[in-house]
Design a protein around this ligand. Structure first.
Ligand SMILES: Cc1ncc(COP(=O)(O)O)c(C=O)c1O
Length: 387
């Protein structure tokens, strides 16, 4: 962190997670602690677990775990697979790579379907692979955060559901709550979300759900596990509790966010996030920049930069001069892109701040936009007023 983030009142976080917190969430997080084995907390937990189903769009139970998103990814693996099982992992960036590595750690045989960074996997890719071998599961990100790509989950689900012995496990960490991902309708067998994304909370919780087909695997899955044995959580939830100590503050804040989603519906949330992505698309077009992702997710935009512009320097300048954080690229995309998040609590004034920061920082790096700042600012304001 090179900026002035300690001055949190005018700091803007526009990473693809963690995200700016809703003021009400910040207030809830400052409440005095209550014990998790109390009727007061039991009520909150029951509501939150029920409301999570709205975001997952499932009839199945959703479990709320004290772990980051990667812990939730591990939960999907260890509860459905055994050492020696064969799986197919879509590796289209950093997080696909992580899931493959995680599975190998547990002795699972991994075939990787490597996709060029910035591209999406196709249903044909998967269909071809499934014809050649029996896989116990196919794993993919819904949105690969390192490239900003959205994969065609609905179409993949339609292919995989025809294979009785194959589960479809989806990392929805940067997708759930930001783009439609109806678990039941799209035949997803295991789905994981993370608190620091569209759930608008701090990092520290993952949310997971399993289809009936996946549930049937629990008793046969031989990967050793203790903390992440979902059967413990199922038994505890049946008694209205979590198995381990509950993440009281985050679950209270989660329940607030979910109550808001319940009353407004999911569609307005998707629309709000899409509007932010559309604004950034307009901003890029105006500045002569393009998308790194061939198929863009509404949850973030990966902006491709000209060779002459160093993305790391650009994001540093935005942070130092404007107290605004966006992310750079990782590995092969390092220096070549910046990634702007559209989830969390972002207002139009933050979007204007982003536009200003990007314009001036590009200028400082000698990529002078062809439009004057005054005209640029007017166009951005007009877009926000009209859309
Ligand atoms: C798609 C995706 N998967 C997994 C993760 C890992 O989540 P965590 O850092 O919460 O463990 C992230 C984090 O950004 C992500 O974006």
């Amino acid at each position: 962190m090179q900026g002035k983030a300690e001055n949190h009142f005018d700091y803007t976080l526009m990473a693809p997670g963690p995200v700016n917190l809703h003021p009400k969430v910040r207030e809830i997080l400052a409440h005095p602690m209550i014990h998790h084995r109390t009727p007061e907390f039991d009520k909150i937990l029951a509501q939150a677990l029920k409301r999570l189903k709205i975001v997952f769009q499932t009839e199945q139970p959703v479990y709320a775990l004290s772990s980051t998103g990667s812990g939730g990814m591990e939960v999907l693996l260890v509860n459905t697979l055994s050492p020696g099982d064969s799986i197919l992992v879509v590796n289209s960036g950093k997080f696909g790579e992580r899931w493959a590595e995680m599975a190998r750690t547990f002795g699972v045989q991994v075939d990787e379907l490597k996709i060029t960074w910035g591209q999406a996997v196709t249903p044909e890719h998967i269909a071809e692979k499934l014809k050649t071998k029996t896989y116990h599961a196919v794993l993919t990100q819904a949105c690969e955060t390192s490239t900003g790509v959205l994969h065609p989950i609905q179409k993949l689900g339609a292919v995989i559901k025809n294979y009785q012995h194959t589960l479809f496990l989806v990392d929805g960490i940067t997708a759930l709550g930001a783009v439609p991902l109806p678990m039941d309708e799209w035949s997803i067998d295991g789905l994981v979300g993370g608190s620091q994304k569209a759930f608008m909370l701090p990092t520290g919780m993952s949310f997971v759900s399993f289809s009936k087909k996946a549930h049937a695997r629990f008793e046969h899955a031989k990967i050793p596990k203790f903390y992440f044995d979902i059967r413990k959580e199922i038994a505890a939830n049946a008694k209205g509790e979590t198995f381990f100590s509950s993440n009281v503050s985050l679950i209270k804040a989660l329940n607030y966010v979910l109550a808001e989603i319940e009353s407004a519906g999911l569609a307005p949330l998707f629309k709000t996030i899409q509007r932010r992505a559309d604004f950034v698309a307009y901003l890029m077009e105006t500045l002569g920049l393009s998308s790194y992702a061939a198929v863009k997710s509404a949850s973030l935009t990966a902006v491709a930069l000209p060779n002459s512009t160093d993305g790391q320097k650009l994001r540093e300048l935005m942070e130092v001069d404007f107290n605004l954080t966006v992310m750079g690229g990782q590995d092969q995309a390092k220096g070549k892109i910046i990634r702007i998040g559209h989830m969390g609590y972002i207002q139009d004034k933050d979007q204007m701040h982003l536009a200003t920061a990007l314009y001036h920082s590009l200028q400082k790096l000698n990529m002078t936009p062809s439009i004057s700042f005054i005209d640029f600012q007017t166009q951005m304001k007009n877009w926000l007023a009209q859309n």
